[in-house]
Design a protein around this ligand. Structure first.
Ligand code: NAP
Ligand code: GCO
Length: 270
């Protein structure tokens, strides 16, 4: 890599914490950061998930990585987890990716308040908790990067995802507010809005039908995407690296949609 590109995109010396990065989008982003030189911290809710994640990183040839068992909704455990990872690596978290998230696909009038609250808690309250845990350290260091994994549902709704859309819409505005409140400390807070990405979260939407045909939603998304395909977690690596690197030091409060063009397209005539 020549010096210009190295200066703009290298993450050498950085500690990146990617929440829930055992597999899927978070794992792809953390792997990209490791290849750009960052040390990686990730968390999961069980020791088994941590072991699964460490095996995945090892298989990808990534060794400068440690896993921590805590739920992103537990403020005390998050604070303790951040203190432990910063002690283990001997440096402050300079890059946070709020990736951990769930979805519950239930018609709103059939959804319990408890289910609604759980989605809001993980997808919106937790990014608040995790960002609050690292911002003081970033201020102390003279700056940092926070990247919130938003969604198409930060802009659009659809049947059965009321809680998720509300959370991701809120996450878009939390992104803009962290930008507004902490930009003065050289902290850039941006979002990535993935389109429809082939991960375990969307597996139910891509399942083959009993007759072997493609799932109707799979066909719908491909017709709505100008690139006529689902995204892969690897499609997010470049955008995520851009937002974590010095190449984006004056990009703040922006949601970068990585959706193959869905948001720009009315859709193919049936
Ligand atoms: P995924 O395959 O379901 O992975 C989500 C990860 O988050 C899992 O490792 C999960 O751990 C972890 N997690 C969930 N709740 C947690 C909690 N309370 N504490 C700690 N970890 C927790 O999802 P994905 O498709 O990679 O999506 C990652 C992010 O991108 C999510 O925020 C999602 O909303 C967003 N997104 C996804 C798409 C898409 O099409 N896939 C598009 C736009 C945005 P467990 O294994 O324990 O559940
Ligand atoms: C759904 C999907 C979407 C994607 C993603 C799109 O049920 O519509 O799960 O919500 O996960 O958020 O950007």
């Amino acid at each position: 890599m020549n010096n210009y590109i190295e200066d703009k995109f290298s993450l050498k010396g950085q500690l990146a914490w990617v929440t829930g990065a055992v597999y899927g989008i978070g794992f792809a982003i953390a792997s990209a950061y490791a290849r750009a030189g960052a040390s990686i911290a990730f968390n999961a809710r069980s020791n088994e998930a941590i072991e699964e994640g460490l095996a995945n990183y090892k298989a990808a040839g990534i060794t400068d990585v440690k896993g921590y068992v805590f739920d992103v909704t537990d403020e005390q455990k998050v604070k303790e987890g951040v203190a432990q990872m910063e002690k283990d690596f001997g440096k402050k978290v300079s890059i946070l990716v709020n990736n951990a998230g769930i979805i519950k696909r239930i018609p709103m009038t059939e959804m319990s308040a408890a289910d609604f609250r759980q989605v809001i808690d993980i997808d919106l309250n937790a990014p608040f908790i995790c960002s609050k845990a690292v911002i003081p350290g970033m201020i102390e260091m003279g700056g940092g990067k926070i990247i919130n994994i938003c969604s198409m549902m930060s802009e659009l709704g659809r049947e059965t995802v009321s809680a998720y859309a509300a959370a991701k819409g809120g996450l878009k505005m939390l992104t803009k507010n962290i930008c507004s409140e902490y930009g003065q400390y050289n902290i850039q807070c941006n979002g990535i809005g993935p389109g429809y990405i082939a991960t375990p979260q969307t597996a139910p939407l891509r399942e083959r039908q009993a007759d072997g045909s493609r799932h109707p939603f799979d066909q719908f998304i491909v017709a709505k995407t100008p690139m006529a395909r689902w995204g892969n977690p690897e499609d997010l690596e470049g955008p995520a690296l851009f937002l974590a690197s010095h190449a984006s030091d004056f990009v703040n409060g922006h949601i970068l949609y990585v959706d193959g063009g869905i948001l720009a397209y009315i859709g193919k005539q049936p």
